[in-house]
Design a protein around this ligand. Structure first.
Ligand code: NAD
Length: 350
């Protein structure tokens, strides 16, 4: 992989990849900028204990491209990027995040950044202290980012049920949520409030117990989520979890969740389609925080969460309807639509 970076960039339309090494903080990171043909590239900072730098770079590329798709389908004048930080012993996190802030400032608004797995409020404060091109987690920033994500995922999931059965009818539904972090716990709460039967898992046992007690939901063991009979499986942990082995185990009618890059490969969207499981594409459902943050930075306004959810629900319904009309996997339809938007933008740029 490392020796074929330029081939991968050309194949997938990437503009730029920056490798960062900061000796003082121990920072090692990649910034992948996928597309800035319509406006600045938006993408948060993921900090993770990657196996090696190839895995980290691969993750950055996939996540950045998904961000471009999110922007295209959410009709934002923006493109996608992602920074991945290799989390390893000895990393001085606050100095590392300050160095990332300095990079964002040097890029002068070509890249706007914000939270992702491993980057929460304290880390963002370190970034925002050094640059105006980061989402301020305090009262000066857009606020309600996770809430926007949760609202979008909830409305997308609802649209999928309406698509199948004509009504969401939550009191008759059972949902299995994988991952009870910020998004998963928020979604579980929303679904429980609507009367759905919610079961959930988290690798972090203490967290799983605390959230399940607070929300009064049932727990299932991690890795058994795939085997649970339910209406909806909602992946809200990490990506790449649906592949040949796990898809064969699913006993749900719908997959709709907040995690990025749920499908190990695009072809796994086709596998779900062949199995008759409706897949609501992740980058359609989980764009809420991006929409809220991007409109704040680009237009100086805080888009109401209800409006964000309404738009994501409507986009999901449109994509699922087209998938049915054309007998295609919804994941293919969503990618096609996003690619069409990109092609138009690039053509109009000349
Ligand atoms: P988080 O770090 O708060 O939560 C993730 C949770 O998943 C953690 O509690 C972790 O222990 C658990 N987990 C990890 N692997 C697991 C597994 N195999 N089985 C069960 N649990 C597992 O992250 P988050 O902010 O809630 O984000 C969750 C997902 O949603 C990520 O894929 C993220 O990229 C995506 N996402 C988040 C936002 C947002 O606004 N936070 C926006 C768009 C997409």
């Amino acid at each position: 992989m490392a020796t074929h970076i330029l081939d991968a960039m050309a194949r997938e339309g990437f503009e730029e990849i920056l490798a960062l090494h900061d000796a003082r903080s121990g920072l090692r990171a990649f910034l992948a900028i996928h597309d800035s043909s319509a406006g600045p590239a938006f993408g948060g900072i993921r900090r993770w204990a990657y196996e090696d730098e190839d895995h980290a770079l691969r993750d950055a590329l996939r996540l950045a491209r998904a961000m471009t798709y999110k922007c295209a389908l959410a009709d934002l004048s923006a493109g996608g990027a992602k920074m991945v930080v290799l989390d390893r012993p000895g990393l001085d996190a606050s100095a590392a995040y300050r160095a990332i802030g300095d990079l964002a400032e040097r890029l002068r608004g070509r890249w706007y950044t914000g939270p992702d797995v491993g980057t929460g409020e304290p880390e963002l404060r370190s970034v925002a202290a050094r640059t105006r091109y980061a989402t301020d987690p305090g009262p000066e920033g857009p606020g309600l980012l996770v809430e926007s994500t949760v609202e979008g995922v909830f409305r997308g999931l609802e649209a999928a049920l309406v698509h199948l059965d004509g009504a969401a009818d939550f009191p008759r539904r059972s949902v299995v949520v994988q991952g009870l972090g910020e998004v998963g716990a928020g979604l579980a709460q929303r679904l429980a409030e609507q009367g759905a039967r919610v079961r959930a898992s988290d690798l972090d046992h203490d967290r799983a117990l605390a959230v399940s007690r607070e929300l009064e939901i049932e727990l299932v063991d991690p890795a058994t989520e795939f085997d649970q009979r339910c209406d909806v499986f909602a992946p809200c942990a990490l990506g790449g979890i649906l592949h040949d082995l796990t898809i064969a185990r699913l006993r749900c009618r719908v997959v709709a969740g907040g995690a990025n890059n749920v499908l190990a490969r695009t072809a796994h969207g086709d596998r779900l389609h062949e199995r008759g499981i409706l897949y609501a594409p992740d980058f359609v459902l989980n764009a809420g925080a991006l929409v809220r943050g991007a409109l704040f930075h680009l237009e100086g306004r805080r888009e109401p969460i209800e409006e964000i959810g309404r738009r994501i629900g409507a986009t999901t319904a449109r994509i699922l309807a087209r998938a049915r009309d054309e007998s295609m996997a919804p994941s293919r339809v969503a990618i096609d639509e996003a690619e069409d938007v990109l092609a138009e933008r690039r053509a109009s740029r000349g």
